[in-house]
Design a protein around this ligand. Sequence first.
Ligand code: NAD
Length: 472
Amino acid sequence: MASAPKKQAPTPAPKPVAKTAPVPAKANKPAKPAAKAAGKPEADHPIYDELGFSKDPNNLYRQTVGSMLEAAELMNLPHHLKIILAQPKNEIMVHFPVRMDDGQFRLFKGYRVQHNNALGPYKGGLRFHHDVHLDDVKSLAFLMTMKCSLVGVPYGGGKGGIKVDPYKHSKAEMERIVRRFTAAIAHQIGPDYDIPAPDVGSNAQHMAWIADTYSFLSEVGGLQPEAVITGKPVEYGGSLGREKATGQGVVDTLMVMLPEIGIEAKNAKFSVLGFGNVGSWTARILQKKGSKLIAAMDHTGAVINDQGIDAEALAMHVQKTGGVRGFKNADAASSEDFYRTKVDIFVPAALEQMIQPEQARLLNCKVVAEGANAPTTPPGERVLEEKGIEVLPAILCNAGGVTVSYFEWVQNKTCEQWDLATVDEKLNKHMVHAAEKTREARRKYKCSLRSAAYVAALERLRAAYEVRGIFP
Ligand code: NAD
């Protein structure tokens, strides 16, 4: 039976997704200046001024690029590469009208940011969310460049999205929104140029509509217009294993890294923030390794059971009801109790900037495995460091999704369909290799795993730029 948490708490349900003021339970409390919050000044860099970055230390893009610049300093990356990588190549913003079911038109805003294509076509997901902004999309596109480089796939980085709440529209409205957005960016994407995929709020059905619209508009015909997008349903060019790939990659990374942190997967306790695609698959796969899910939180609330929560049953509950709230075999809890729960592994798998100093101080775990992109703010990370908590950075830990997206693209281009065992085995090789490169960089530079992962990613980009040169 679930042990009773201190408060029988109707969770102060985290506001669905506030990314500019993201801390769930205290979203309307004025944020403390980031530098003071962790007791140390925020690292500055002359490139912020040179490129006209936001002066706000809490700005997501500034924070994301800041992690890369720290690593770039360690390895003496030339200045021209730092500035090239600190800004995206293209930022595309579109507005498009769509007829709603009641006959009225609404205007939507969409984005596609193409960060870098030195290693191959732009690659990265599409986020459908009411609070998506250009800065978020730029940050996520930047992370894709780093991730693809680290995990050894022949892609650059991109990201996109539509400012829309997909849960507030009928299926027919969503189909018109997605198809019209595809038409608006159709001449900016392509199977050999820019290949989107799913992200928060988008799914395989949306990818199928995009592939169908693109093949119709581009009149490519032939065998592979659907290679313009990955994360498609298996019936229409999707890959086996893509749906669970990011969670699988998180677990593959943990299996490599846990022994040196002194954790045995069998009987390890873990908690998960965000129980969508990444969170729920991580939980289900980790459970198969003998680990025990103790607590989960999403935008509907938090649940805790010290005796363990069946991740499969919780995933079914979320599928039926839309969130973890109301799950019978666990107790409702407050967001504070959720963060405070003693576990070995904490997996943030929701949105950016959710682990600020306040949450970091509450966390009682040995390792944070970043399933989400940029979930830990730099001040939050400094608190974790002070507490001796290891952080497995997102560009390593959640790179399984893009790796299997790459496999899907290869299968489309070669008209093959691989079996699940082949996909899992190839994914594991990429994840293990990326984890080893990260460990090697940490040994060499005696730095955090985050900096080490960036160093490993930047080494590959530097090598490519050295031989390519810069046009003209
Ligand atoms: P999803 O939409 O399937 O799930 C998002 C989860 O976050 C949901 O459980 C939602 O309830 C929760 N959430 C949203 N707002 C919250 C809040 N304020 N407080 C608590 N929980 C909240 O999305 P996903 O695909 O699982 O993506 C999650 C993260 O992983 C994102 O950062 C995404 O960019 C990253 N990611 C996804 C993939 C992928 O293949 N889907 C790959 C790499 C990285």
